[in-house]
Design a protein around this ligand. Structure first.
Ligand SMILES: O=C(CO)[C@H](O)[C@H](O)COP(=O)(O)O
Length: 234
């Protein structure tokens, strides 16, 4: 990723900090943009801001711990004030594709527990239609061939078709999520009805969660060449 893109992500993260108040319980997202947010949040904590973070992945937990951001669990804080996270694609109505970093399950649980979810991203993430980014689908490690067939059937019923690729780590080993599951990345290219696809996928036995986030993000902060813009869900 270019330095320019990193600068944009940091700008979006910095703007999100303006919505953080002392005393808040915060969901902390996962990914390179969320990483900038946690760094900036840690600076503010060092200056006296009092927050409790609930991380959406072990990677974010390790980062936040190393920067002395106070952390808690969702069991201790089942209602969060705000969740700040990145996204892989941001479509109309602020419907998202998430899970490029493999944390979609915890990200969705944490976002659902928050009174507000703010998405931070560089402007390239905004799309007119979701699906260019392969949709991550988290599945259990049992009967994956059968689960694939179930996903294919469900997707076809929602007007989508595409190759499912088992996610691997850069070293070639199968990618295993923090919850011990696998991820199938679905190359649907064009998702015309995200709500229909989400509903169908949720019915497939063995599918734990999918990366379509619908009605969760209430605000998106986008940083682009022309500056930072804030988009609220209608
Ligand atoms: O969903 C995610 C992780 O599971 C990330 O939010 C998403 O992949 C965006 O990451 P980045 O900020 O690195 O582009």
């Amino acid at each position: 990723m270019s330095t320019e893109a990193e600068t944009l992500k940091r700008q979006a993260a910095a703007r999100a900090l303006e919505y953080v108040r002392s005393g808040m319980k915060l969901g902390l997202g996962t990914g390179s943009t969320a990483k900038h947010f946690v760094e900036l949040l840690a600076e503010r904590v060092g200056e006296g801001l009092e927050v409790v973070g609930v991380p959406t992945s072990e990677v974010t937990r390790a980062q936040a711990e190393s920067l002395n951001v106070p952390l808690g669990t969702l069991d201790e804080h089942p209602v969060l004030d705000l969740c700040i996270d990145g996204a892989d694609e941001i479509g109309p109505d602020l419907t998202l594709i998430k899970g490029g970093g493999g944390a979609l399950l915890r990200e969705k649980i944490v976002a659902s527990a928050a009174q507000q979810m703010i998405v931070i991203a560089d402007a390239s993430k905004k799309v007119d239609r979701l699906g260019t980014f392969p949709l991550p689908i988290e599945v259990v490690d049992f009967g994956v061939a059968a689960i694939r067939r179930g996903i294919d059937r469900a997707a076809r019923a929602a007007g989508c078709e595409g190759l499912l690729t088992l996610r691997r780590r850069p070293d070639g080993h199968v990618f295993v999520t923090d919850q011990g599951h696998l991820i199938l990345d679905a190359a649907y290219h064009s998702i015309t009805d995200p709500a229909a696809l989400a509903a169908r996928l949720s019915e497939v036995p063995g599918v734990v969660e999918h990366g379509l986030f619908i009605n969760l993000a209430s605000r998106v902060i986008l940083a682009g060449a022309g500056g930072v813009s804030v988009i609220d869900r209608a």
